[in-house]
Design a protein around this ligand. Structure first.
Ligand code: GLA
Length: 380
């Protein structure tokens, strides 16, 4: 059954009657990884995989939530001490609290939600959930008076304050600002952004999921961020956005080898995002692809957020003549993102499945993605 119908039916069964439907999307990032919390550039887009929620105010000060995918309920109040136990419900609770902290209105509501963003694959299912509810609460209780950037920040603060991930702004930004057929270059220092049309005839974007569990909570993700902050502090700058290789070389002997490698990657990645945007505007996909492979190399060797399985998928892509391939998102598992010519697609997918299964005992999952709209109300 279509996602929307399933949710509407579950709402009727659980709460009776009808709510209002909202959705928000997962994201891909073409290039610019681990740059957001360093004040650099990112180049994401929302995808055609969503979290959808049916929501209705209930005239109380309590939230009644039902996760259709987990078949679990959660009930909580709207004060700080009402935080629910279940991790999945903390995303929604956090969004309520962060909206209230910013002076927004949140009242009690009933909601059913479900989605088709693969979990733990690095496609930001959590950002999709956060921005779906942030958008809905803004529409339902605040006459859409909270600016869009603030909605993204509500999601980001939810991760920081209720979920233990000290993430940057990229995922929630992409999820809120996503637009069909466009990637968005965001300058994470000035927060200026620009939409770039992304329709590449003759090529596809495909994600290959290693199915290695990706869990950023308690992961070395926060440690990567600390390394970058240490180096920036040593350089006397706010973020690594303002560093270059010359400055880094000059302090090399004063910092740990590990911190040096992390900063080296971030400085290189900053330039690659700009190169990729320029290349895309000239239709130069060879350069886009080359930069993607360089990013993979850096994420694997210097930033050390890859794993054996993802490196293997990257090697297979190279062998199959995929024009660009790299690990995507925070790392430590999840997917590679691949830019593949139509005539190489079938061979690549068949080879990836076969070789990966022969080595690791299971096939990778394949997701074709289309760049789509982000947070929205679904008009019936
Ligand atoms: C995760 C975080 C983002 C970003 C990426 C890496 O997805 O949530 O803020 O740092 O990792 O680019």
């Amino acid at each position: 059954m279509e996602l929307k119908n399933k949710i509407v039916k579950a709402f009727e069964e659980h709460f009776g009657g009808k709510g209002t439907l909202y959705a928000s999307a997962g994201r891909i990032n073409l290039i610019g990884e681990h740059t957001d919390y360093n004040g650099g550039f990112v180049f994401p887009g929302a995808i055609d995989k969503v979290i959808m929620a049916d929501i209705r105010p209930n005239d109380t000060d309590k939230v009644n939530l039902y996760s259709l995918d987990l078949n679990e309920e959660s009930h909580f109040g709207l004060n700080e001490e009402d935080a629910p136990e279940q991790q999945w419900a903390r995303y929604v609770f956090g969004v309520c609290r962060e909206t209230i902290k910013r002076g927004g209105v949140v009242k009690g509501f009933d909601a059913v939600f479900a989605g088709n963003v693969p979990l733990g694959a690095g496609l930001s299912s959590s950002a999709a959930l956060e921005s779906c509810f942030a958008f809905a609460l803004n529409d339902m209780f605040n006459d859409n008076s909270i600016p869009k950037f603030e909605l993204a920040k509500i999601g980001q603060s939810t991760e920081h304050n209720y979920c233990g991930v000290n993430c940057g702004i990229m995922d929630q930004f992409a999820s809120v600002f996503g637009k069909k057929d466009c990637l968005i270059r965001l300058d994470c220092r000035s927060l200026e952004y620009e939409y770039f049309p992304f329709k590449i005839d003759g090529y596809k974007l495909v994600l290959v999921d290693s199915v290695v569990k990706h869990e950023l909570v308690d992961s070395p993700y926060n440690k990567r961020r600390q390394s970058c902050e240490r180096v920036a502090k040593r350089l006397g700058i706010e973020t690594l956005r303002d560093a270059d290789m010359e400055a880094l070389e000059a302090i090399k002997s004063d910092i740990s080898a590990e911190d040096y490698m992390r900063a080296k990657f971030v400085i290189g990645e900053k330039h690659r995002v700009l190169d990729v945007c320029d290349a895309l505007e000239r239709g130069d996909l060879a350069t886009v692809g080359r930069c993607m492979y360089e990013t993979h190399e850096g994420l694997s060797k210097d930033y050390e957020v890859s794993c054996e399985e993802l490196d293997y998928l990257n090697d297979i892509a190279k062998e199959c003549g995929v024009i660009g391939s790299r690990i995507m998102g925070g790392g430590f598992g999840g997917c590679t993102i691949n830019l593949v010519a139509d005539d190489k697609y079938d061979h690549f997918i068949a080879t990836a499945k076969e070789k990966f299964a022969a080595k690791y005992g299971h096939q990778p999952k394949i997701y074709d993605v289309i760049i789509s709209d982000g947070a929205r109300k679904i008009e019936e």
